[in-house]
Each structure stands twice: as structure tokens, then as C-alpha cells.
Design a binder for this molecule. Structure first.
Ligand SMILES: [Fe+2]
Length: 315
């Protein structure tokens, strides 16, 4: 019938608008309630070709971006991630910053005592740990140290493992996103070339520090900061205009998430545990990660493929 029934077009528009609104509400509910709790447990085998036999099977747990004090950060998710990290019985724990959200130490942010009591726990600070005042940052550092966490700022620390039969050097830079990093100072006393007897791991809050690394120098670089994009519509591991926080100015790293290989240096960008800016996560669930060292690398992968060194172990 030409023109259809009177009012039919308007009802169709109302149905479409209602449908879009309903989908939007469902997405909002998912991003605010479900995804921030959907902890992703990642385990990788890290190939280190010159790994000393004593270090075969050594485990490094990695957690980052806790953002205690930010609305939307789930304490239950933080505790669950820490419980999972402890269940791995790691040899070393690496924490890469943003312990609190607003730069002030929060009651209840002391989450690491149990982990640090049994395991060397090394930390670098993130940009949010500097958000308030120098005094506030000192309070954060002191509180972490009181829990047994070793806060490292542009220094390195050699951790002896397996009854002293092996050791790993951890090079820890202060926050690169604020320009506080000094890789040269952190590596003072270490060679710029790879040490076959002593694998070296680089820790920095923002992943771009890997761009400063000498080629083929580090067995692994661990970073956070990007929250995996936190609210994203991009399938790519590198930053794209589809990363909404980038548009808002909050995601300023080229390496948005996951594994990369940069000048021969394997990099893992952890999506972190808390939230910042907006209390939502979409396609960027919180993560806790573990790396198990082995001599084996996957030689079938290309020289520029991170999977040559980092193989995900199915849960
Ligand atoms: Fe963060």
C-alpha cells in the first residue's frame, strides 16, 4: 500500500531508537560491571636462548596499574589477581606502577605483604603515583617498603635465585611517561650487550622505554600504563585512533597491549588491574601474567615476531 499505514514510519523510528538505546545500556552495564571483574590470567613461556641451566623454569609474576582509590577499581579483582600470583609460587614478582589513583596512599592499598614476605617483589612507580605532591609520593614509597616491596627508581637490582645458582638482573626505570626515566643511570655497572650468564629484565611503567633499549639486550621488558586501551574498539596491539583514551589524551604509548618485539627486545604490555579516567573497561579486561623461563625459542617464527620468544600457555 503506497505510503504504508499512518504512523508506521514513526513507530519504526521509535523501535530503532529504543533498540540502539537498549544496546547502549547493555554495553554500559557490561563495561562498568562485568568486564572490570573479568580477570584474564596469562601465562607465557619466555625463551631466553642463553639461559643458564639453573634458571630453567624460573617464574616471574607481573601485576600493574592497581589504581586503588579510583571509583570503578574493584578491590576484589586486585585481591584475586594477587591470590593467583601467589598460587604460581613465583621466584620474583614485578609491579609496574600506578599503585594509587590520585597520588595519595589509600587505606587498604597495602595488598602486597603476603606476596613480598615470601618472594622478592620489585616495583617501579607510575604517573599516578606522582599525581599529588613529593610528600605523597614518599608516603607511597614508604608504605610499599613497609610491606616488603623493593621500590626501584633508575637503578638495577640483581636477584639471586635457586640457592644462588643463578641470578637475574632487573633494570628499573622511573616513570617514562613523565620523563623520569634514566636508563643509563639504571644500567650503570651493567654491560650494554647481553650477558649470557645473567638474563636482564627491564621494568618501566610506560612501555615506550623499550625504544631506548640497546638491540637484543633484554630477555624481557615489562610495562603497564596503557590499561590495554581500557575502552577500545581497535583489534591492533599498537595504538590506533580507535583507542578512545588516546583521543582523551590518556593513552600516550605506541604499544597499546600484549606482546611485541622491538629491536630484538621482547616486550609485554600488561592491561593492568584498575581503571583510570572513566570507570569502564571494554575489550581490555584486567590481567595478571606469569612468565616461565626456558632456553627454548620458537625458531619457526620470524625474527621480528614476538612469538619467537613469548609463547602463550593455555590455561
Ligand atoms: Fe594506570
Amino acid at each position: 500500500m503506497p505510503g504504508g499505514r499512518p504512523g508506521g514510519g514513526r513507530r519504526r523510528i521509535v523501535r530503532i531508537v529504543t533498540g540502539i538505546g537498549g544496546c547502549g545500556l547493555l554495553l554500559l552495564a557490561y563495561a562498568s560491571v562485568l568486564e572490570p571483574r573479568r580477570l584474564q590470567i596469562l601465562r607465557y613461556q619466555l625463551g631466553v636462548p642463553d639461559l643458564p641451566p639453573a634458571l630453567e623454569g624460573v617464574r616471574i609474576a607481573h601485576l600493574t596499574d592497581f589504581h586503588v582509590g579510583m571509583a570503578g577499581t574493584r578491590r576484589s579483582t586486585l585481591r584475586r589477581a594477587l591470590d593467583i600470583a601467589r598460587s604460581w609460587s613465583p621466584d620474583v614478582v614485578a609491579l609496574t606502577g600506578d599503585f594509587v589513583h590520585n597520588g595519595r596512599w589509600e587505606r587498604g592499598a597495602g595488598l602486597f605483604t603476603d606476596l613480598a614476605r615470601t618472594t622478592p617483589t620489585l616495583a617501579v612507580l607510575g604517573n599516578h603515583d606522582y599525581r599529588d605532591s613529593a610528600q605523597s609520593t614518599s608516603t607511597i614509597v614508604s608504605a610499599l617498603q613497609a610491606e616488603g616491596v623493593q621500590v626501584l627508581r633508575n637503578v638495577h637490582r640483581v636477584v639471586r635465585l635457586r640457592q644462588g645458582d643463578g641470578e637475574i638482573a632487573f633494570v628499573a626505570v622511573d616513570d617514562p611517561s613523565l620523563g623520569r626515566d634514566n636508563l643509563t643511570a639504571a644500567m650503570a655497572g651493567l654491560p650494554t650487550t647481553r650477558e649470557p650468564r645473567r638474563p636482564t629484565v627491564l621494568l618501566g611503567h610506560a612501555p615506550d622505554i623499550v625504544d631506548q633499549a640497546p638491540p637484543d639486550r633484554f630477555a624481557l621488558t615489562l610495562a603497564g600504563h596503557t590499561h590495554g586501551g581500557q575502552l577500545r574498539f581497535s583489534p591492533f596491539k599498537r595504538r590506533t585512533p580507535l583507542e578512545l583514551p588516546m583521543i582523551a589524551g590518556g593513552l600516550d604509548s605506541a604499544y597499546a597491549r600484549g606482546t611485541h618485539l622491538v629491536n630484538g627486545n621482547p616486550l609485554f604490555v600488561n592491561s593492568g588491574l584498575g581503571v583510570s579516567g572513566i570507570p569502564l573497561r571494554f575489550l581490555a579486561p584486567p590481567q595478571v601474567a606469569c612468565f616461565t623461563l626456558t632456553r627454548t625459542i620458537d625458531k619457526t617464527k620470524d625474527a621480528d615476531d614476538p612469538e619467537r620468544f613469548l609463547t602463550e600457555i593455555p590455561n
